[in-house]
Design a protein around this ligand. Structure first.
Ligand code: FE2
Length: 179
């Protein structure tokens, strides 16, 4: 299935479908800018697909403002998305789903900050994983602000909740990809 067919199949309503598609386009557009500026040559067709699908796990969490009425907490959307994409046989997209929270989370971060996720390493490694992870920080899924790019200072502030190691990983991504 292509990305839009997967959104059609899994999104419970038009609001959720619209949020995921517009959010995906916003992220992909930023990634194109980053790659242009830093002369990077990632797999753009994979990035287009993964931008649209990295948040597919939202369909299983509770986030009424984006039309998601599942039972799980929002933080679970990465690992849940990975389950969906593995069921569909797409390991590469599954990796993007589970590694895109903040600047990625390690087992150590999860244990020391008491983050409600199975304690494993969810760290973006490939260029494509890192690009989606970085760009995703700049865009919310608030339906009224989907195309509004956040300021780096706001993102740094929010990253404090993830603990010092995750913060320094985010800083490292910023050094690599900043616009
Ligand atoms: Fe996202």
């Amino acid at each position: 299935m292509n990305a839009k067919e997967i959104l059609d199949k899994y999104c419970p309503n038009a609001l959720c479908r619209e949020v995921l598609e517009r959010h995906g386009h916003a992220i992909y557009a930023m990634i194109e800018e980053i790659c242009d500026k830093h002369d990077l040559k990632p797999d753009f067709s994979f990035l287009q697909r993964a931008s649209l699908l990295h948040d597919i796990g939202c369909v299983r969490v509770r986030s009424p403002r984006m039309g998601c009425y599942g039972s799980l907490p929002y933080i679970s959307h990465g690992v849940e998305g990975a389950k969906i994409m593995r069921e569909l046989g797409d390991e590469a997209c599954a990796r993007v789903c589970e590694c895109h929270i903040g600047a990625g989370l390690s087992r150590e971060d999860i244990e020391s900050e008491n983050i409600a996720l199975p304690p494993e390493d969810y760290l973006p490694q490939s260029l494509e994983e890192q690009l989606i992870c970085y760009a995703d920080n700049f865009y919310s899924k608030n339906p009224l602000q989907l195309e509004v790019r956040a300021q780096w200072q706001e993102i740094e502030e929010e990253a404090r909740a993830w603990g010092p190691r995750a913060q320094s990983r985010l800083q490292a991504l910023h050094e690599k990809f900043r616009l």
